[in-house]
Design a protein around this ligand. Sequence first.
Ligand SMILES: Cc1cc2nc3c(=O)[nH]c(=O)nc-3n(C[C@H](O)[C@H](O)[C@H](O)COP(=O)(O)O)c2cc1C
Length: 457
Amino acid sequence: MTAPWKIGMFQCAGLMGAWKLPENTATDFLDLGHWLTMARRCEEAGVDFLFFADDYGYPVVGEGIPATALRGGVQFPKADPTMILPALAAVTERLGLVTTLSTTVEKPPMVARKMATLDHMTNGRIGWNIVTGAGQNASARLFGLPMTEHDKRYEIAADHVDLSLKLWEGCWDEGGLVVDREAGVYADPDRVREISHDGPHFSSRGILTVPPGPQRTPMLFQAGASAPGRDLAARYAEAVFLAAEVPALAAQIADIRRRAEEYGRDPRSIRCLIAGTFVVAGTDAEARALRDRSTGTRSLDDAAASYAFFTGLDLSAMDPDKPLDVDAALTQTGRTNVERFLGPDAPTVREILEEFQRNSVMGAPFIGDASQVVDQAQAAIEATDADGFLVQPDHTGTFDSFLDLVMPELRARDLVETDRHPMTLRERLSGSGSPYLAPEHPGAAYRRDLSERSVFA
Ligand SMILES: Cc1cc2nc3c(=O)[nH]c(=O)nc-3n(C[C@H](O)[C@H](O)[C@H](O)COP(=O)(O)O)c2cc1C
């Protein structure tokens, strides 16, 4: 990828990371002011978007949430980001706002309605992170449903996205919303129609009641790197979040681009973003000391609870001196973090716990002063063919060190976009100049009468 890199910032509307440190503000997650400040800071610093991860889950081991997860604040508690996003839209103009809605939990017309509404409220700056969902065992219990098996969740996801696309693209033609007071015409019956969908998992006949927003379809993101996850990304995603070590990232990105080509899409139209941890300070020694302080806040029990959240597996009940003894293909919760620790050089269970204590689902961090971390990030981009980063919060729970130290360095090296004009999130990330899905995207086939015109033109 040549510059500009795309830069997003990772949060969930909940407790995360090194909350035990006195300077950490993640415990303010129920205070709207916390989020308003963060969004303003991100916009001022010129990052492309703020992303809120989301799910209904929490670690479940055996019969319920382990006490250690409650005490340690591991993937728990958290609030609903869709309730926070409109407030952030009101205090920003350029910042993209992205959140997750799970295709396993939410029904397509609900996703379509929420996202279309948010597309209006953000002036075309909304993105949907499509996931089948982490914490599946917990969310199945919460909803009182049997757990849907892993690969079936991805089949459901594809059908879900297909129907959602029809609702966004197919119901309203351009000009369908007339609002002519004199003629007494609100919407033109010739330009608004019911879609019909008879998929393997969803059937629908109806109209999306929300007229199309500036992007029509929200910018589509995806996360979940198992083979069916990569296939879903290749089929529909315009940006993908990936977290792994560099060699695995390179393989995943190459695989997604190859699959995209097989689906008739431009493989370069998918923005592959590395979920990266930047531990940055004035000097390398200070950065390393920060790193040790953050790691010291997480116990091995916390690591086990976190691992259980992502995979449904209880490492604390396994022999610490042996590698994982599971068949990834039979794991029904999440697979990315099972597959990651299998193979010829498989680590022991103890080593997996230590790795999760240090880095959780992320690859090794970029550590040092601003110049060093940008050198390391540049090497990662070159080795993986990625398009940018999804930056994890620092030890304070926010992004101050990245915004204050790394962004100026990226700008000085011409590695990020400096154009500060308002535009839709799709325009900002795709660089295509259009707020709409690319013509070869499967969703584009569902629309009629749409001229390629930006609402900001
Ligand atoms: C950066 C990043 C962000 C993610 N955000 C979410 C999220 O918000 N909600 C969620 O349920 N899963 C999220 N995931 C993906 C889950 O880990 C994934 O859905 C889960 O592991 C199941 O998919 P898999 O079997 O393909 O791994 C994220 C993954 C990455 C790398």
